[in-house]
Design a protein around this ligand. Structure first.
Ligand code: TMP
Length: 210
């Protein structure tokens, strides 16, 4: 049976995930791979509706548990309508954020508990995990500065303050240490091509695998 691949990009605000996800998708297509490029929260019409509830408005708009449930609901829709069908067709799914963002932002930083998130992921999506997770590592201050330059309405998480984002940064590093088989820490503090070359090196073993 042909096997699809799920590759996720993770990290704090403004670390360059979307740019790198696009470059990676283009490179894979050049190699003849069928690619679906997507993002969370969002990625399917119903999940994009939920995204607006999460990324717009006041930081204190949701209780941490409600926020968690919204992210989970968006993910269930996204997996059902886009990710799982693509994986079943044997395609490569490149996803800008996935379950590790919920583990870090809601589980750790918003103190819902990483064990609670993992249990909810098991119940909702049979613990679907990426084949490879690229964690883009950039100090919170630099990332927030980049993110603020983007402007727009989607700034609810940016408004959560620097301490919140320093905790996010440290939690992603800890995750890379804890799960070295699946996660690769990518130094994102450099030119775009330099970062994308590190990502390509990390992808190589998957390209060569049957
Ligand atoms: P984005 O700016 O990378 O599109 O992500 C929007 C925000 O959503 C980002 O600040 C992180 C947050 N987020 C969570 O808090 N939990 C999640 O599960 C996901 C997917 C994103």
């Amino acid at each position: 049976m042909i096997k699809g691949r799920l590759i996720t990009l993770e990290g704090g605000e403004g670390v360059g995930k979307s740019t790198q996800a696009r470059i990676l998708s283009d490179r894979l297509r050049e190699q003849g791979k069928p690619v679906v490029l997507t993002r969370e929260p969002g990625g399917s019409p119903s999940a994009e509706n939920i995204r607006r509830l999460l990324v717009e408005g006041a930081p204190e708009r949701w209780q941490p548990m409600s926020e968690t449930l919204l992210h989970m609901a968006a993910r269930v829709e996204h997996v059902a309508h886009l990710i799982q069908p693509a994986l079943n067709r044997g395609e490569w799914v490149i996803c800008d954020r996935f379950i590790d963002s919920t583990r870090v932002y809601q589980g750790h930083v918003q103190a819902v508990g990483e064990d609670v998130i993992d249990k909810m992921h098991e119940i909702t999506l049979a613990s679907l995990m990426p084949d490879l997770t690229l964690i883009l590592d950039l100090p919170a201050k630099s990332g927030l500065h980049r993110a603020s330059e983007r402007g727009g309405k989607e700034n609810r998480y940016e408004q959560m303050g620097e301490d919140f984002h320093i905790t996010v940064f440290n939690a992603f590093r800890a995750l890379a240490d804890k799960e070295p088989q699946r996660c690769r820490l990518i130094d994102a503090d450099g030119p775009i091509e330099w970062v994308s070359d590190q990502i390509w090196q990390a992808i190589m073993p998957l390209l060569e695998a049957p």
